[in-house]
Design a protein around this ligand. Structure first.
Ligand SMILES: [Zn+2]
Length: 206
């Protein structure tokens, strides 16, 4: 089984990803084949106090997405680090929404093939929303909506692994209609599930 962790809502004012994981769960109830070959670990609500208050930060005023693997004392971060460490995921996906962007984009980290998963995911999401094709997004150089760097302290895999998992962050344009963001997230996630399953089975046949 491929172990995949999907995380949403680490920023409390971005409920779009949380809603998308709820929608994905309902689809899985109707058709479990969507996740064939996977053990899915869904974390739809990583910052509960922020969501309740509608703030990016948690109730302690911390941006939790800058606290990972830095000996943080924040309980949400410690819990999630322990999940990430103990499950040894093959892939980690995080969902965000950006109110300064008008299109879909994403970050890649970890395994080299991360880029080969994000590209088709963004392409699939374009059924619902345009892609952000600016050359600079969020202060980082970007190529067709793909960014190869990220902030220190973001939710990601254990640093320094010799065989890191693939790591993707998907970002929707937060000012777009909510249902389109949810649909774009869901089709992008389904695309990653299909693409990675195919990549793994090709690898096993060689
Ligand atoms: Zn965010």
């Amino acid at each position: 089984m491929i172990r995949l962790g999907i995380f949403a809502g680490i920023h409390g004012d971005e409920p779009e990803g949380t809603l998308a994981l709820g929608r994905l769960l309902r689809l899985l109830e109707q058709d479990s084949q969507i996740a064939r070959g996977y053990a899915l670990f869904l974390y739809p609500l990583c910052n509960p106090t922020g969501l309740a208050a509608g703030t990016r930060e948690s109730q302690t005023g911390k941006d939790l997405n800058r606290e990972f693997w830095r000996n943080s004392a924040e309980p949400e971060v410690r819990f999630l680090e322990s999940e990430i460490y103990s499950h040894a995921f093959d892939g980690i996906i995080t969902l965000h929404s950006d109110d300064t962007s008008d299109g879909l984009y994403g970050f890649v980290n970890g395994a080299v093939l991360s880029e080969n998963l994000l590209a088709p995911a963004l392409r699939a999401g374009e059924k619902y929303l345009p892609r952000d094709r600016r050359h600079i997004i969020d202060g980082f150089p970007a190529n067709n909506g793909i960014i190869y760097r990220s902030y220190d302290g973001v939710l990601r895999s254990v640093p320094g692994l010799s065989r890191p998992p693939f790591e993707l962050t998907l970002e929707t344009p937060q000012r777009a209609p909510l249902y389109l963001q949810v649909e774009a997230f869901v089709i992008a996630l389904r695309t990653v599930l299909n693409e990675y399953r195919a990549l793994i089975s090709i690898g096993q046949n060689i």
